[in-house]
Design a protein around this ligand. Sequence first.
Ligand code: CMP
Length: 142
Amino acid sequence: NTITTFTMIKPDAVRAGHIGAILDDIIKAGFKLVAIKYMQLNQDTAGIFYQVHKERPFFKDLVTFMSSGPIVAAVLEKENAVEDFRKLIGATDPSKAEPGTIRAKYASSIQENAVHGSDSNENADIEASFFFSGLERHPDFL
Ligand code: CMP
């Protein structure tokens, strides 16, 4: 059980003013911040991040949306982080997300769904490394 996952607070939730509330939910659920940054993706970098979806019909809109404004990217640490974080955020489609989950509370559509969460330990490492260097991660041993 890997102890880190990767998340983004997406442009819809940033625009709606939910950064603080979402980080508060994440920290109260027992996740520790390992790395965090506030930044904007461009179309190229958003396309690379979501390249596994490049054949999907929603890919172009997804890239446009994800580069439409600033995001918060973060690496989170907790036992069973990937699975527990996916439970905390709820289903991709907010209308199907459990009440109380981050997407149920803050998302507006299947695309503008407030947050990203890695779907496997392998992808968590790939995604965290795409956004953060070793220097930007808080080392556990300090
Ligand atoms: P995320 O968990 O970041 O991973 C892929 C993203 O693509 C997803 O959240 C949504 O933002 C978007 N997405 C997934 N499925 C659909 C869909 N059917 N229609 C539009 N966007 C989608």
